[in-house]
Design a protein around this ligand. Sequence first.
Ligand code: PCA
Length: 195
Amino acid sequence: MKKLLITGFDPFGGESVNPSWEAVQLLPESIGTFQLTKLQIPTKYSVAAQTVLAAAQELQPDVILCVGQAGGRDSITPEVVGINLREASIPDNAGVLGQNEPVIEGAPAAYFATVPVRKLVAAVQAAGIRCKLSYSAGAFVCNDTLYALLHRFNGTPVQVGFIHVPFLPSQAKENAPSMPLETIADALKIAIEAI
Ligand code: PCA
């Protein structure tokens, strides 16, 4: 079987839960041709990517798929691109406020994700779950992690992808969009089958 390293983040920004890690934990141990290794990573610049890189060094995965929370989005959103920028209005879980600084000094401006994002979107949509491409993973820790991984595995056979997921209903205030945990987990499973 092929090896898939899948990650979810810990809660951040005052939340007590992060749907990304909750959904990853619900996934079976194998999906399609992939054996899964699940890893929770901290919402901290650099540390998140370093944690994934250390696990990848050990596991030698074929695919690395990171999952993160994007509160306010109403759909499952595979990310098209990671950019070499840190810039956010909230600090990470180490108290670091990234402001107009690169993820990796002197590295290229951006890399495209190397999982087949359009195929993933089509498969999840076909299951009747709200899903669309996203052209920005933001400039906070999720983008930081995606960019650092794409930089590291650029030119190698290792495929790297990132999927942002909505708030859970319990997190969504007033009319904010959300998605049930089981639906998020189903979408991830379908997306993995389509890689
Ligand atoms: N979402 C944040 C970081 C961790 C997470 O789950 C982001 O979109 O950058």
